[in-house]
Design a protein around this ligand. Structure first.
Ligand code: HEM
Length: 448
């Protein structure tokens, strides 16, 4: 078992200063400490060089390689942490859980945050229309439609084509000694799966990956003018494509059609229907939500298993463990490490009072290794049960595609390791330099 990293493993040492941002705390109910109270100023700390414990706009290569020592220290010493930009980072499981379970206090609506960033642009329209960045009542109506379209029953028929796709990718690398676990395998699965869900003809799928990466790339910290322009073009091109594709599909919809798009087109509840741009933006969002996250799940799973020989051996001996193995990868190397909310009123969380209008970041990666919630959280244990991780978030916004993600993860892992009994890492895996989406850019593998 790997112990909780101690202070020496974290690059930052003594705590001395109160962050300037801490003094911005607003009005509070009497009796609750605020982030500005000097008694509690250990909650907002910097190191001896007056560096903040974490600044998401200036992350190091060491952090991208392994963020967990920094998260462990935050969770231990400043679990409700005021970041240099004034937002508050939560690293304890219980605090993140509380946020997910109280949507009226913690809003997902991003209009206020995205306006200064995107102005009146296609990117603004897209991101503020997406299910995930909305609150009830719109969220409730759209969620019902998408929940129905992605229900386990609706997803069941996709299993056979998924197995076929995975086997075809494995056939392509069968005779190679080396291949890239991301480009040749993990990265090639999710776009095809969503293409199948939307029934987009195979020859028309080429731009999907580029559009998806450009639209999500615009959410990165430090947006450049090029990223902004590429993101806007991607939204516009994608909307144009969907307008004609969905229009054609609607016209030729048959009673027997029961795929995801057919379900979305037919959906009607309490007079609500998904139509026009609102429908197209949800289709774009579903592709984006299920693309990079699932690539990361599969890539992270391959690497974690190859790095933990005993666990891989246990899986090879008992392939039924694949279900709990996928859950453990989701916990141990969560593909989506950060979430955001905005406080709608003054709230108390983790024993602290936080003012209304504060941006909160739930650190899923830290919560999923919280020793208060998981025994031996730094041990990768593919048989772990129970495993109530927060990799899919929680509450009303819990990932609507989790059945799809789990199925992709299980089938990809099962079939890859069954096909290659000698698979191993062959060179240095390359991590994406991203804090929100934890995954690999390249994973060199050797089959013999
Ligand atoms: C391993 C893969 C995946 C991970 C780790 C993941 C993670 C998440 C998380 C953490 C959220 C909640 C965001 C929040 O509360 O702010 C979310 C929401 C969502 N995800 Fe996933 N996701 C994955 C795959 C997918 C797939 C494959 C799809 C679609 C086919 C999908 C569709 C959605 C949708 C529609 C939402 C919005 C739910 C709502 O706001 O009600 N996700 N996902």
């Amino acid at each position: 078992m790997r112990p909780e990293p101690n202070a020496f493993e974290v690059h930052i040492c003594c705590l001395v200063q109160i962050s300037a941002a801490a003094s911005r705390s607003g009005a509070c109910a009497p009796g609750y400490p605020t982030l500005a109270d000097s008694r509690y100023n250990h909650q907002v700390v910097t190191d001896l060089d007056h560096q903040p414990l974490i600044d998401f706009s200036r992350l190091s290569a060491a952090f991208y390689a392994d963020p967990y020592p920094v998260y462990a220290r935050l969770r231990r010493e400043a679990p409700v942490y005021r970041c240099p930009d004034g937002s508050v980072l939560l690293t304890r499981y219980a605090d993140c859980f509380q946020v997910y379970r109280s949507p009226s206090l913690y809003s997902s609506d991003k209009q206020r945050q995205f306006k200064p960033l995107f102005g009146d642009s296609p990117l603004f329209e897209h991101h503020t229309t997406s299910l995930v960045f909305n609150d009830p009542p719109l969220h409730t109506q759209v969620r019902r439609a998408i929940g129905n379209a992605l229900s386990p029953r609706a997803i069941a028929p996709m299993q056979a084509p998924l197995v076929e796709l995975v086997d075809c990718l494995l056939d392509n690398v069968q005779d190679k000694e080396h291949f890239d676990g991301i480009a040749d395998f993990a990265g090639a699965i999710p776009v095809e799966v969503i293409g199948n869900l939307l029934q987009i003809p195979v020859p028309e799928r080429a731009p999907l990956r580029r559009w998806s990466l450009a639209i999500l790339g615009a959410l990165e910290v430090g947006l450049t003018p090029e990223q902004f322009a590429e993101g806007n073009s991607a939204v516009t091109e994608f909307l144009d494509y969907l307008e004609s594709f969905v229009g054609h599909r609607r016209k030729h919809l048959k009673n027997a059609d029961d795929d995801m798009l057919a379900r979305l087109l037919r959906w009607e509840s309490d007079g609500f229907r998904l139509t026009g741009a609102t429908l197209y933006h949800q289709c774009i969002f579903i592709l984006n939500a299920g693309h990079e996250t699932t690539t990361n799940l599969i890539g992270n799973a391959i690497l974690a298993l190859l790095e933990h020989e005993d666990q891989l051996l246990a899986l090879r001996k008992n392939p039924k463990l694949v279900e709990t193995a996928v859950e453990e990868v989701l916990r141990f190397e969560s593909p989506n490490q950060l979430g955001n909310r905005l406080t709608t009123e003054a709230v108390h969380i983790g024993g602290m009072q936080i003012e209304a209008g504060t941006v909160l970041t739930t650190c899923i990666g830290a919560a999923n290794r919280d020793p208060e919630h998981f025994s031996h959280p730094y041990t990768f244990d593919i048989a772990r049960t129970p495993n109530e991780h927060l990799a899919f978030g929680g509450g009303i916004h819990t990932c609507a595609g989790l059945t799809v993600a789990r199925l992709e993860g299980r089938i990809a892992i099962e079939r890859l390791f069954a096909r290659f009994p000698q698979l191993h890492v062959d060179g240095e895996p390359v991590r994406n330099q991203r804090a929100r989406f934890r995954g690999l850019a390249h994973l060199p593998l050797r089959t013999q």
